[in-house]
Write a protein that binds this ligand. Structure first.
Ligand SMILES: Cc1cc2nc3c(=O)[nH]c(=O)nc-3n(C[C@H](O)[C@H](O)[C@H](O)COP(=O)(O)OP(=O)(O)OC[C@H]3O[C@@H](n4cnc5c(N)ncnc54)[C@H](O)[C@@H]3O)c2cc1C
Length: 478
């Protein structure tokens, strides 16, 4: 039990910890604080039992850098260093490496089931029941949906208040300390005082203005491969009180079939990353524009940065379609076709160019140049990393094309925190009373190569730490 002095302002809404958002990060922070004896109020914009968020849509694989989160901390540290190209904050990597397995153990002890769904490190810790192997969006009664229901019930069982249909709009500050927030419900705004506010609103992927400011000149031409609930409120509110914002140019996402922009059958799965990392990826002028060998997340970011993100096309032959085209989870071959997608096919490059609206001369030159570079006869003009994703020459059997787009899952940069989840100011000093966790935070991932650390492990681990930080600070103050 806690020996924390109650925060006594007389108003019934006031609490020790006010949490913004009831995704994995927010519920974890809320439950942890509540079980340590604090009075917690979580404010969630979504309504009903199935309020949407990325934690509900999730694929459910808890990993760090696409590998096992239960690896020894030293191994995780060097993995993150490699994945982020040394750009992630080492102290945040340490905190994740040292606490991730403790956090997963905590999650299981709070009723969330996990299973192993494959032999590799990525698939050692999957939510149960796992997501179905089906294209399109399928979240009901599985994976993240079951996790959120379980955590919601656990939280309420501890007396925690989950206030839905309500939006946090502004932080309340007194003498440089955060002392609560303004919340809006049914058009009425009022203040709730709290000793600590935890920002866990899920990122800014669904905010076109912030995407334009940080990520892409044409945000309306990006695919929302997410629940569209991460609207950048946490970033905006934190920035307004002087928080440092880092790593905002990169997002986690996948290369998707372009028709997914308007057709729900094609997102979040299948993803076409395995083709993009092997074949020739060109823009509307038939030119290569990125190092495809750095992987699907990097390619997706490069597509988003094109002047027209809806101009990218993958060019391949039968060997690629029947080789890498069949790799990875729900690959394009055959799932894209089964879902109703079209593989644009021609027996020669001139006809293929006509079908995709490209200049035949430019496409022929690009394919010939690509084949020379893959064979080592000429150096790559746009640099190409060749391992672990080797480039494939194009020339066996028929030619094929798939128009693609950038699927934005969540933004990786955001509010900078320290290892205790405390929000830092421009001088990297904690802003008193303000914590942040999950996809709204930055600093763990890389930006020049868009290195991805893992959304669930970050949300869970730093959500847990945020709850503990609030508790230890208030206990000390009591
Ligand atoms: C299709 C898909 C597949 C994924 N697969 C994986 C995977 O296999 N492995 C992995 O590690 N990661 C995966 N991710 C990413 C991972 O699910 C997320 O990074 C993680 O769940 C984010 O949790 P969060 O709590 O930070 O944010 P969220 O779950 O998005 O929760 C944020 C909540 O805050 C609320 N909110 C926002 N603003 C306000 C406001 N102003 N006031 C009140 N409430 C507000 C929102 O409504 C939302 O409920 C996937 C994501 C998607 C979309």
């Amino acid at each position: 039990m806690s020996n924390v002095a109650p925060f006594n302002s007389g108003a019934s809404d006031d609490c020790d910890v006010l949490v913004v958002g009831a995704g994995l990060a927010g519920l974890t922070a809320g439950i942890r604080a509540a079980e340590l004896g604090l009075r917690v109020r979580i404010i969630e914009r979504g309504e009903g039992d199935h309020y949407l968020c990325n934690s509900r849509y999730t694929g459910g694989l808890f990993h760090i850098g696409m590998d096992n989160l239960a690896s020894p901390p030293d191994e995780i540290r060097s993995r993150l260093q490699r994945v982020t190209n040394g750009e992630g904050r080492p102290e945040l990597a340490d905190a994740l490496a040292e606490n991730a397995i403790r956090a997963v153990t905590w999650l299981k002890a709070h009723g969330v089931s996990m299973i192993r769904v494959g032999p590799d490190g990525l698939r050692q810790h999957s939510l149960a029941p796992p997501g179905v192997r089906r294209t399109g969006l399928n979240w009901r009664w599985r994976s993240g949906d079951v996790m959120l229901r379980t955590l919601g019930a656990n939280y309420r069982g501890r007396g925690g208040i989950l206030q839905q249909g309500t939006e946090v709009s502004e932080l309340l500050m007194e003498s440089g300390r955060c002392v609560g927030a303004s919340v809006r419900q049914n058009g009425v705004t009022r203040a709730i005082r709290a000793q600590y506010v935890v920002l866990s609103d899920g990122g800014f992927q669904a905010n076109a203005d912030l995407l334009r400011r940080f990520v892409s000149g044409a945000p309306e031409r990006l695919l929302m491969r997410n629940a569209e609930t991460g609207r950048g409120d946490g970033l905006r509110m934190a920035e307004a009180v002087g928080a440092k914002i880092v790593g905002t140019s990169s997002f986690y996402g996948h290369v998707q079939y372009r028709a997914a922009m308007t057709d729900g059958r094609f997102w979040p799965y299948p993803v076409v990353d395995s083709l993009a990392v092997s074949a020739l990826l060109i823009d509307g002028a038939s030119q290569r524009f990125c190092d495809e060998g750095l992987g699907g997340v990097h390619i997706t970011n490069c597509i988003a940065r094109l002047p027209d993100p809806l101009s990218a096309v993958i060019i391949m032959d039968d060997a690629i379609w029947n080789g890498p085209g069949k790799d990875w989870l729900l690959p394009a071959n055959p799932y894209l076709i089964r879902a109703g997608g079209e593989l644009i096919t021609a027996s020669d490059l001139n006809s293929l160019a006509a079908k995709i609206g490209h200049d035949p001369g430019a496409l022929n030159v690009s394919v010939a140049r690509w084949n020379d570079q893959v064979a080592g006869r000429k150096p790559f003009d746009v640099p190409r990393t060749v391992a672990p994703y080797k480039p494939w020459a194009i020339g066996q059997g028929k030619f094929h094309a798939i128009p693609v787009c950038a699927g934005v899952t969540y933004t990786m940069g955001g509010i900078l925190t320290d290892t205790a989840a405390r929000v830092l100011d421009a001088n990297e000093r904690p802003i008193q009373g303000l914590l942040a966790a999950g996809a709204t935070t930055g600093g763990l991932e890389g930006f020049s190569r868009d290195g991805y650390s893992g959304g669930l492990s970050k949300a869970l681990t730093f959500g847990l730490i945020a709850g503990e930080t609030a508790y230890s600070a208030l206990r000390k103050a009591a």
